[in-house]
Ligand binder design. Structure first.
Ligand SMILES: Cc1ncc(COP(=O)(O)O)c(C=O)c1O
Length: 384
């Protein structure tokens, strides 16, 4: 049962379409599905279940809690943690067959000591800093010596090596430079160690640089149907955004001119205005900074948001429509001939698509559809 009228509706057929178009372009490269941050807000369990159903058996997340959440549901899934894992959690990860990223010699030594003391071996992917300047061993002689030292550690087993593009949806020059450094460095390493699988391509590169795909690709936002900066490029590739955000009218009233609306009365009506209240607010992910910067769809018509966005509610101007409590409202997606795109909403938030999606709250009811039918409803707040 869905307990809220405010729902993120996720179309698993579109997810399948996105997997298919990514796969069509990726040759033999395996897909490591990026499902961190609750699968970009789409729900890690349902998305991962669908990835597995479509032959993707390797995923990556940001941290141990995300990895463990998946492990408790998917015993055979390959799970890679892309970010920092504290030394105190290493044995736990090993016991749950979670692969860690190693990007610094000190970390490798600490992990190795723990594994040696426990008489165990931890699977790791080595991360290289080819230019993002976030995590990674340096591309230098020193960096090479350090990675080779890691490869000789008894308690660690290198099953992969990777890097991350800083601008694969932007600059060709930066991306090519990073790729060339990655290839030269890993080719040299390959002569002295087993590097496992090589991977560097996030969505931007998956879509724009099929020549950089190597053994595996790591699409995140593309799986969910978006190319962060350009709807046209995503559409041309065949991606379809998987989610829509809907709610219902909670209240309708008409105010005369000169009435202030919401906190601070920052919006003042200029004419008789039909004010509709929606049960969705900034704590659902429609950030307060989006105030008066987006429209919603009611009866297939655009209605501008007015007045400061509240925690759980917001107001729109639906003047001229015959609106009733309970009528459907589309915040993201199609209604009639109109559409509110992800790009449009994200722009209203002042952020690209991915950060915008990551603000969508677990409080939103998630409704999963397949073959046009509701398959599952998830109320995260009840999941315990
Ligand atoms: C290391 C790494 N790989 C892959 C991805 C997926 O990126 P995208 O969503 O652009 O495909 C991310 C996302 O931030 C990441 O941090």
């Amino acid at each position: 049962m869905d307990l809220r009228p405010t729902k993120l509706v996720i179309d698993l057929d579109k997810l399948k379409n996105n997997i298919d178009v990514i796969r069509r372009d990726s040759g033999d490269a395996q897909i490591i599905g990026i499902v961190k941050s609750d699968a970009y807000g789409m729900g890690d369990l349902e998305i991962t279940r669908e990835l597995i159903a479509n032959g993707i058996t390797h995923v990556a997340v940001a941290n141990v809690s995300e990895a463990y959440h998946l492990r408790t549901h998917f015993p055979n899934l390959k799970i890679l943690i892309l970010g920092y894992t504290p030394v105190s959690l290493v044995e736990f990860c090993m016991d749950h067959d979670i692969t860690l990223t190693v990007y610094a010699l000190d970390l490798a030594k600490a992990y190795n000591d723990i594994m040696n003391a426990a008489g165990k071996t931890l699977n790791i992917h080595v991360k290289l800093d080819t230019g993002m300047h976030r995590l990674g061993f340096d591309i230098s002689e020193k960096g090479k010596d350090e990675v080779l030292e890691v490869s000789r550690m008894e308690g660690l087993h290198v099953t992969g090596i990777f890097s991350h593009f800083a601008d694969s949806d932007g600059s060709d020059e930066i991306t090519r430079g990073q790729y060339m450094r990655f290839i030269q460095f890993t080719d040299a390493l390959k002569e002295q160690m087993d590097i496992g699988i090589r991977h560097i391509s996030n969505s931007g590169a998956v879509i724009q640089y099929s020549e950089y795909h190597l053994d595996a690709i790591r699409p995140g936002i593309a799986l969910y149907g978006s190319f962060d900066w350009s709807r046209e490029i995503g559409d041309a590739f065949g991606l379809e955004f998987v989610a829509s955000l809907v709610t219902e009218v909670a209240s309708v009233k008409t105010l005369g001119p000169g009435e202030g609306i919401s906190y601070g009365h920052k919006y003042v009506t200029e004419r008789p205005t039909q004010v509709v209240v929606l049960p969705v607010g900034y704590s659902d992910g429609l950030l307060r900074s989006m105030t008066e910067r987006f429209d919603v769809l009611i009866h297939g018509r655009r209605c501008p948001q007015i007045g400061l966005i509240c925690m759980d509610q917001l107001m729109v101007d639906a003047t001229g429509l015959d609106v009733k409590i309970g009528d459907e409202v589309v915040i993201l997606g199609k209604q009639g001939d109109e559409e509110i795109t992800l790009e449009e909403l994200a722009e209203a938030s002042g952020e690209p698509n991915t950060p915008f999606l990551s603000h969508l709250s677990p409080r939103l009811t998630r409704v999963y559809k397949k073959n046009g039918r509701v398959m599952r409803v998830v109320e995260e707040i009840l999941e315990g």
